[in-house]
Design a protein around this ligand. Sequence first.
Ligand code: AMP
Length: 337
Amino acid sequence: MANPGNSFSQLVETCSSGGGEALPNPLSGHPRYEKVGDLGKGSQGFVLLCSDKFTGERVAIKFLRRGLASSEKIRRELLNMRPFWHAHVIQFYEVFLTDLYVCIVMEYAPGGSLSHYLAKNVLTEDVARFFFQQLIFAVRYCHHMKVANRDIKLENTLLDADRKLLKLCDFGLSKDNNDSMCKTRVGTPNYLAPEIINMRKGGTYDGKACDVWACGVMLYVMLFRSFPFERPEDRGLDPKVAMLSLMERIVKGDWNVPKESNMSAGALDLLGRILEPVAEKRITVEGIINHPWYQIHLPPGADKPNYPKRPEEGLQTVESIVEILMEANNTDEMMMG
Ligand code: AMP
């Protein structure tokens, strides 16, 4: 079936987190941080660009409304992110409370998200590979740390000031390995793996294989500027019907290469191995790294994992984080009761 490109600006509009109006400033009078600007809205809260008054450092702070956001989700996000120490993963700094919000302070990525970058730039195959290589390194690291992100998408992939270094963010849906298989249907429709859609009540799926699938969707979008399972004819449909068609195509693995594409056979071969609907047959992260197309222009030694442990010194302790979340929770109960 033909799959001509959707207009990419439309794609960004539908995915974009930003609205027109300015985001609130819950930091007025805060002893350490002050608001500098707005960064975006997510499904759970909003993110501000802030300045650390003591160090002058720019940081991003995510604000999750106490009482509305699930405390279990926040706990998972914080405890999963806390030990991360990798060039391609946004670093957690600390968490604190205001009257209304749980505030997560993290490394600021000044280059915006990959979705915004793609709205303004057409990527060559080489540039798409360059970003994809970094994405896969980030995912390999997270999996090494026993965390599946489960919401890998363009909006959660940020860039540094030079727009060269890619950093994965948002571990709000992440899952650690304590019970290795996932049971809940989470994610963003265009990036959902078939096994998530197909899962029956009481069933499970492997979050890591789903992360690999989402990376395949990202690669497709970077190469072709459209989503692999969307079709232009869906646009006029009732949203529920359009969603159903999307899910059906995902489950069948019904994607194709746009006619006008001149992407290399290597890129298409790798894409086919990632967007494999049967999870057990899908290529693994290691398989991707060893794929000849992935290896092109890879700096020598870059594929050898080197994961130093994040120093504990100066890092908020797990106990302190848990205590802060319990305090947020107590207030939740008071607010609700
Ligand atoms: P989230 O709630 O994590 O999905 O974030 C919402 C939006 O805020 C993202 O799509 C980004 O555009 C922006 N954002 C989140 N974290 C950061 C960060 N660390 N640096 C810069 N922008 C960010």
